[in-house]
Design a protein around this ligand. Structure first.
Ligand SMILES: C[S@@+](CC[C@H](N)C(=O)[O-])C[C@H]1O[C@@H](n2cnc3c(N)ncnc32)[C@H](O)[C@@H]1O
Ligand SMILES: [Zn+2]
Length: 150
């Protein structure tokens, strides 16, 4: 039995939830797509829309995950995620449980977006207690908190 299923999300449109209880450290789903460079993404309008299916591997490469076969593309961002990707330098990108997850809980991970001039374009609706209101990676959220006195 697959550990995930597609749901209508409370965060945004569709998402994935746990189809059964999942243990911390369990590999849940592989993020698969086409490897492209950041430059290719910048030069192609296909990647410029509000809903993005790009997974950052490192400073040079991204994975374009906008393919129906890539069910992992439906996982939403959260400021209090229950999943993570441990090592993006490897050829396989596995979304892994970072805590025990109960059946029915929505799966989420930190999209890792940087704090740049466009951060306000990506409003966060994860609904967690520590949500900073924008999709920004954990290590940069203090900058938003400083600005907004959260
Ligand atoms: C990879 S898709 C995730 C799947 C998406 N919910 C769908 O149904 O296609 C990423 C997009 O989902 C939306 N999204 C993901 N996490 C979000 C969040 N925490 N708050 C608001 N929108 C979010 C944003 O539009 C983002 O560009
Ligand atoms: Zn949030």
């Amino acid at each position: 039995m697959k550990p995930y299923k597609i749901i209508k999300s409370n965060i945004h449109h569709q998402g994935l939830c746990a189809a059964r209880n999942i243990k911390i450290g369990e590999k849940i789903i592989e993020y698969v797509g086409k490897k492209i460079t950041h430059k290719q993404a910048e030069n192609n309008t296909k990647y410029g829309y509000d809903v993005t299916y790009l997974f950052t591997i490192n400073k040079k490469y991204l994975l374009d995950g906008d393919f129906k076969f890539n069910t992992a593309r439906l996982i939403n961002h959260s400021c209090d995620p229950n999943c993570e990707v441990l090592d993006t330098s490897k050829t396989k990108i596995w979304i892994t449980a970072m805590k025990d997850i109960k059946k029915g809980e929505e799966l989420s991970y930190d999209y890792g977006f940087g704090f740049d001039s466009n951060y306000k374009d990506h409003k966060c609706k994860c609904g967690s207690k520590n949500c900073v209101g924008f999709i920004v990676r954990e290590g940069s959220r203090w900058r938003i908190k400083k600005r907004t006195n959260i």
